[in-house]
Write a protein that binds this ligand. Structure first.
Ligand code: DGY
Length: 332
């Protein structure tokens, strides 16, 4: 292969070990440029390193918009994000330039569903307050009335977005004796309902789900329809004992509305793996509520899952650079 036929791949972060080793070994005919610090690539670096790239392997922390695409140039064929969510990518701008977008569906379903259940239980059983009490010497004698939480047996769980992750969450929660699942989304999904055999699963409008659910899990994508879907008004319609969990995207929740609802005692407990912004500043009001647990966007954070995600992201970008059909396009 002559120099003029070589391709350029930009990788915007160090990847999990086995994928990073593949990157280090290199790929025939491809020059790799990589941002190797363990922090998001600064915008100026992204714009400069993207120049001349045929493929960009990016993360959800990188905003891929017209400016980046223009900086890359007309030879750019593929953007491959190591994430299933792609709200950080301006898809119409990619389409205008015939750049394909690869994502990592499927492989993070189980880990993210695990994290959702973790937050449901942690919020419902007041984990943060219990741990704080132990650490702060506030653990007195055993008490029949102290730190009482709620359990899932015979409860109604609302799932917002019965996609892969929503189904996996419902399957897990079924084992806790949930009586009924209500789900909301763009349409009824009989095929997804069948994946939770033995459970009572009903499609519902949002209002009913808000009013009837003891636990609400947000499992949908962030888009124009779901942005700020949970706000002061929607929180006000929920049961005052509700356990509200969001492991999808921070932008689905209008945070000032959530803070107001928490201040007014309108919510039982809250578990969040995603916020706006990320990282959440340590002086955020959200962190002051003992009944609100916040995790640092680690829904998919297992070695197995992150490795599978980075492998898919590599396959997507390599196929795209070669001009082949990519294995996991965003619109499959
Ligand atoms: C994704 O892939 O979109 C997830 O948020 C990563 O955890």
């Amino acid at each position: 292969m002559t120099t003029s036929q070589r391709h350029k791949l930009l990788v915007t972060r160090t990847l999990p070990l086995s994928s990073q080793e593949r990157i280090e070994r290199g790929f025939e005919g491809i020059d790799i440029v990589q941002w190797k610090e363990d922090r998001a690539i600064p915008r100026s670096e992204l714009l400069s390193l993207a120049k001349g790239a045929d493929g960009i392997l990016c993360l959800l922390t990188d905003k891929i918009d017209a400016e980046v695409l223009d900086a890359a140039g007309p030879q750019l064929k593929v953007v491959s994000t190591m994430s299933v969510g792609y709200d950080h990518v301006n898809v119409p701008e990619l389409e205008k330039r015939n750049v394909v977008l690869g994502i990592t569906p499927g492989v993070l379903t189980e880990a993210t569903a695990d994290t959702t259940v973790l937050l449901v239980l942690a919020a419902a059983r007041r984990l943060r307050e219990g741990v704080d009490a132990v650490l702060q010497g506030k653990w007195g004698t055993w008490s029949p009335t102290w730190l009482l939480g709620s359990q899932l047996t015979d409860k109604t769980v609302g799932i917002v977005g019965l996609g892969r992750i929503g189904v996996a969450v419902a399957k897990r929660l079924q084992a806790f004796g949930v009586q009924k699942f209500l789900y909301q989304g763009t349409r009824p999904k009989p095929e997804a309902e069948k994946e939770i055999p033995g459970a009572h699963v009903e499609f519902s409008d949002l209002d009913r789900l808000l009013k009837e659910s003891d636990v609400i899990c947000v499992c949908c994508a962030l888009n124009d329809k779901t942005q700020n879907m949970f706000n002061y008004e929607t929180f006000s319609k929920m049961k005052s004992s509700v356990v509200f969990v969001n492991t999808a995207r921070g932008g689905i929740v209008e945070q000032p509305g959530l803070i107001r609802a928490l201040k007014e005692g309108r919510l039982g407990s809250v578990g969040l793996d995603v916020t706006v912004p990320e990282p959440l500043p340590t002086d955020s009001e959200l962190l002051k509520f003992p009944n609100c647990i916040v995790l640092p966007h680690i829904g998919s954070g297992t070695l197995e899952t992150r490795t599978a995600m980075s492998e898919i992201a590599i396959e997507n970008v390599l196929s795209g650079i070669k001009g082949e059909k990519i294995p996991h396009p965003h619109n499959a």
